[in-house]
Design a protein. Structure first.
Length: 430
């Protein structure tokens, strides 16, 4: 049942310790990655932008920082990739739109600022769908899965980062809505946009998330609060064995046989530590409310792009923006009200368990629209989720399992996810 999650590159914590102790120089890793990215082929083609020389300069600067005895960040020298919609100062950020490919922001996004404080090395920008809403292939998951970066960060409004994690055999973690400031990333849907982290394990996802968690005055969805210390919480042992609530959602019938069989096998393996729960019938209308919020907000957010570069838009993007324009204000506002209702309904299940257990996608290679409710319900309610590559189909392709937690209780969710990750890896029983 379990997937071999061993990585070709050392774990983040080991890399960080080697760099900090001087047992390995950041320039050694930087040169290795630069050589891979300098060679022609499909690895470089995964990036919207990468510059091997820029990578070498970052690595040399980080080594110089240590040589002068200065304080090092918690993730000193660790290579990371950003989605092409997240600004990094003077690094091309094209938003997946051809007319914007020469755009070089002069200021870091809030996410990039947090990463630089932690000492991470930005390898490049992954390709993404056109303005995160139109046509195009997203490659964030493929870059991390191939070891070209230890982790990746993207911003999602419709679950595409979590979907990439599930299909790439990675851990994907999306914090509670409002936990990570989005200033400096492409605004698509202020009510739904949520940064998410891809990594090789729960512990690594928590380490990276610690660097970007925090409020920003330019993002009104964030609130100043004590830092949650996610990695420390994730590393802790639960006082009692976690309890899970298995939720099929309305899209269960769209899931392929491997997903259904794998989830049922996992539920059986958990035994008394898992019970089946049902969402109220009102959740069947989630897709309707989701589209009535996402569509109008995307149309408003991308109005400037449409006026300036609309002739370069794909037919897919035009159709989606036109659909958003057609939503009435009363329908938009009514659907917004359902976000709180859905959150309360899900919290009622979470009152009885530590995390909800559900499929991450409809299948190992499912299209974007298949099984969307598996991801949309939780994002509409603004809840934290973790997808784990615990299962695989007969062809060896990863099948993601999604865990959902209470809003604001990310540490508890990550601790529960790490417990389940270790349970399956060791083959122990619950």
């Amino acid at each position: 049942m379990a997937v071999d999650q061993s990585a070709e590159t050392p774990p983040i914590a080991l890399l960080r310790d080697r760099f900090g102790e001087g047992a390995m120089r950041v320039s050694q890793l930087g040169e290795s990655l630069a050589a891979r990215l300098s060679a022609p082929g499909d690895e470089r083609d995964l990036f919207a932008w990468c510059d091997p020389d820029h990578l070498r300069r970052q690595a040399a600067a980080l080594d110089g920082w240590r040589a002068r005895g200065r304080a090092l960040g918690d993730l000193h020298g660790v290579p990371l990739v950003l989605d092409d919609t997240i600004d990094a100062a003077f690094v091309p950020t094209g938003n997946g739109l051809s007319p914007d490919q020469a755009r070089r922001p002069e200021r870091d996004s809030a996410i990039a600022e947090g990463l630089r404080r932690a000492g991470l090395m930005i390898v490049g920008k992954s390709r993404c769908a056109e303005l995160r809403y139109g046509a195009g292939e997203a490659t964030l998951g493929a870059i991390v899965a191939r070891g070209l970066a230890q982790a990746g960060i993207g911003v999602e409004a419709d679950g595409h980062v979590i979907r990439q994690a599930a299909h790439s055999g990675l851990v994907g973690y999306r914090p509670s809505f409002g936990s990570v400031a989005r200033r400096g990333s492409l605004a698509l849907s202020p009510s739904l946009d949520s940064p998410a982290v891809l990594a090789q394990s729960v512990a690594e996802a928590a380490l990276v998330a610690d660097a970007i968690i925090g409020a920003d005055p330019d993002d009104r969805s964030t609130v100043v609060a004590p830092h949650p210390a996610l990695h420390r919480q994730a590393a802790g042992e639960p006082l009692v064995k976690p309890l899970f609530g298995f939720v099929r959602t309305g899209d269960w019938g769209e899931a392929d046989a491997a997903v259904q069989a794998g989830l049922q096998e996992l539920v059986a393996h958990l035994g008394s530590r898992c019970f089946e729960a049902e969402l109220p019938p009102i959740f069947a209308e989630c897709d309707i409310h989701y589209d009535r919020v996402l569509g109008p907000e995307a149309s408003r957010s991308l109005a400037g792009f449409r006026e300036r570069s609309g002739e370069a838009f794909s037919a897919t993007l035009r159709e989606r923006l036109d659909a958003g324009d057609s939503v009435l204000a009363r329908d938009y506002l009514a659907s917004k009200d359902w976000q709180g209702v859905y959150r309360a309904g899900i919290h009622a299940i979470l009152d009885r368990c530590d995390a909800i257990l559900t499929p991450a996608t409809a299948g190992p290679s499912a299209c974007d629209n298949a099984g969307r409710t598996f991801r949309r319900i939780w994002q509409f309610a603004g809840l934290p989720v973790v997808t784990l590559p615990l299962l695989e189909d007969e062809a060896g392709r990863p099948v993601g399992v999604l865990l959902v937690g209470r809003h604001g209780e990310d540490g508890r969710l990550l601790r529960t996810a790490r417990w389940l990750e270790q349970l399956i890896q060791t083959g122990d029983t619950a």
